[in-house]
Write a protein that binds this ligand. Structure first.
Ligand code: 3PG
Length: 419
């Protein structure tokens, strides 16, 4: 048991049917519709292999795509092919979820065999709680078609989908109501790494928050500064630019228009409030870079400029690096600038390297941040690289993760009743 959640060590899987919920939701190339990065698939493989080696009959549930555009929801056939290659053993795939053909295959599984059902988000009930904001109780989620059809065929439920732990769905919450349930290896590992920076950080603890997802950055910043998880927050990217606006500087028309066009203007007032409450525990850039036919740096006094701010400047990098070097805990989410372009990559590249080289325990999370880490070759020197995005942000923002709650409740029940 870890953090109130049962683990794979708590059950004997030989000859047992296990519903395994993974998060192998992967970036898809818009042209070819093929998987362009299989990191999450790779990270899920060890738990699948372990269960298969233990003789479990594995029924995998997963999703691909979100509901913003129905066409994002695509088949998991390629995921099964990738898993087959990665695991070196066949991963069956059926274009069905709970129809008679799928149920027949589940019943026919032999020890160690693996079956991936198709995209669970094809079922309306899987997405209804976050598309229509229908608030179902966990007991109601256990009464959904998916759970009623599959749970009677299974002995255990294992959740490996920490990246989807913020979703209140039948495949994530419902099974834990009716089956003995555990967290998979990756789930426990990722939850542990985030708990280490959020709940038991060694001090000084520094959060490096940048990027353009200001709502996420602000909700994490407010929470971790309030509860003491962070001693200092270093802001950069658009987040740092909004902080600079809140301090009374004008940035110049192109950057201010970008902030307005992205609907981020209301965050200037929120930034003022944060600065009023937390003062010098929030650092913002003291210089920036523009692309003026090449990189040019300017100080706060040189603002506003008729060019887009694309990165933080040398002086900011140096200041932030000093803070990072003396930190015992570092969490980083959100690039410092437009790191994809050489002219504006310096801030992110130098900070990411500083974090990787710092003696403190570091956790990096979020799609862009991890992609930047891969580009600059620093990921293997970070303490932990998260696979999750939304789940991580919500956890660090102090919100409950329904899947963690469900697994804890299941553990309690199992310890009391053996079921
Ligand atoms: C993710 O990609 O962050 C997870 O798979 C969860 O996806 P969602 O935010 O669409 O639920």
């Amino acid at each position: 048991m870890e953090a109130g959640i049962l683990t794979l060590d708590d059950f004997r899987f030989a000859g047992k049917t296990v519903i395994l919920r993974v998060d192998i939701n992967s970036p898809i190339d818009p042209q070819t519709k093929r998987i362009s990065n299989d990191n999450r698939i790779r990270k899920s493989a060890p738990t699948i292999r372990e269960l298969s080696d233990a003789g479990a009959r594995i029924v995998m549930l997963a999703h691909q795509g979100d509901t913003e555009d129905y066409h994002n929801l695509i088949s998991l056939e390629e995921h099964a092919e990738r898993l087959t290659t990665l695991l070196g053993r066949p991963v069956g795939f059926i274009d069905d979820i709970v129809g008679p053909a799928a149920l027949e295959w589940v019943k026919a599984l032999r020890d160690g065999e693996i079956l991936l059902l198709n995209n669970v988000r094809y079922l309306t009930e899987e997405v209804s709680t976050f598309v229509n904001f229908v608030k179902l109780t966990p007991a109601q989620l256990a009464q959904t078609w998916l759970v009623r059809k599959l749970a009677p065929l299974a002995d255990y439920y294992v959740c490996e989908a920490f990246a989807a732990a913020h979703r209140y769905s039948p495949s994530l919450v419902g099974f834990a109501e009716v089956l003995p349930a555990a967290g998979g290896r990756l789930f426990i590992e990722e939850f542990g790494a985030l708990a280490r920076v959020k709940e038991t950080p060694k001090h000084p603890s520094v959060y490096v928050l940048g990027g353009a997802r200001i709502a996420d950055a602000f909700s994490m910043m407010k929470q971790v500064l309030s509860d003491g998880a962070a001693d200092v927050v270093l802001t950069s990217g658009l987040t740092g630019e909004v902080m600079t606006l809140a301090k009374g500087y004008r940035l110049g028309e192109p950057t201010e228009r970008l902030i307005e066009d992205k609907g981020l203007s209301p965050f200037v007032a929120a930034a003022r409030e944060l600065l009023a409450t937390f003062g010098d525990r929030i650092l913002s850039p003291v210089d920036f870079a523009i692309d003026n036919g090449g990189r040019r740096e300017l100080k706060l006094e040189d603002l506003p400029v008729p060019h887009l701010l694309v990165d933080i400047g040398e002086e900011t990098i140096a200041r932030y690096t000093r803070v990072i070097q003396s930190a015992a805990t570092i969490f980083v989410n959100g690039p410092a600038g437009v790191y994809e372009k050489p002219v504006s990559a310096k801030g992110t590249e130098r900070l990411w390297n500083a974090i990787a080289d710092a003696p403190g325990y570091s956790v990096i999370g979020g799609g862009d941040s991890v992609a930047a880490g891969a580009k600059f070759g620093v990921l293997d020197r970070m303490g932990y690289v998260c696979t999750s995005g939304g789940g991580m942000v919500r956890f660090l923002s102090g919100q409950e993760l329904p899947v963690v709650t469900a697994l804890r409740r299941a553990a309690q029940r199992y310890l009391e009743t053996g079921k």
